[in-house]
Design a protein around this ligand. Sequence first.
Ligand code: OGA
Ligand code: MN
Length: 282
Amino acid sequence: MRIEPSPDVIGATIHDADLTQPLSAADFARIETAFNARAVISFPRQHLDEAQLVAFAQRFGEVERIFLTHYAHPRHPEIMYVSNIRENGRDIGHADAGRVWHTDMSYTARPPRATLLYALEVPMENGVALGDTHFASAADAHDSLPAETQRRIANLRAIHQVAGRRARTGTGQGDQALRHEQPAVIHPVVRTHPYTSRKCLYVSEGECAGIEGMAADQALALIEELAERIVEPPFRHTHRWQVHDLLMWDNCTVQHLASFDYRWPQHRRLMQRVTVGGSAPV
Ligand code: OGA
Ligand code: MN
């Protein structure tokens, strides 16, 4: 197994791992160390069945059941399909997994530690893969803030709700049903990473509806300013997919964004997605 860090502040490729086999404690420790340090890790050329995918994810913690049950794998309720493919008049998977910068399920009390995406089909055009996934380091973004800003935001808490702001602008309509099931939650604006103790900005424009005890316009302006800081070029990393890549990311350290440069029916994208449970942000 060879761990190759990307030239960016986040990201690493782990070569020659065979995730179909149970990992030794030593190999898993190397992978987990790389994951905590680099926040986005990819394993090219994996040939995993569903049980192997879930078993690998379980090494990182408890694998969550999918609440969007209509997109869950029929026999593996921990696996959700993310896809643009339509069969018999319906989407076979979640087709809109991230049109805006976000961190997965920040609108829940205990957002996932990690999300895994396993590529079964990757859209291509003229030999180039489409549907890149973009990442940004909320830890490096925090570190880049002036000390005075870091002090000012250190103890603030933000209100997260499914498409909290997008609902108001009309672009989060599809999430209305979800909003009823998920009441707003409050998380610190600056999280301390549970494994590395790094400070990470934890706000997003899509999901953060306000800041506790702050006037709405002031709160939204601050959320916007911090969210924009996170995605500045020095903190970015992009994953260009190849079929059979397994990619995983740390939902505390990074935010991510899907690109929608592919179209059904010319292009087919099919991913299996698993989330590993996390702790309440502190
Ligand atoms: C997700 C997600 C991005 C992508 O599955 O949570 O944001 O590129 N996916 O599919
Ligand atoms: Mn996502």
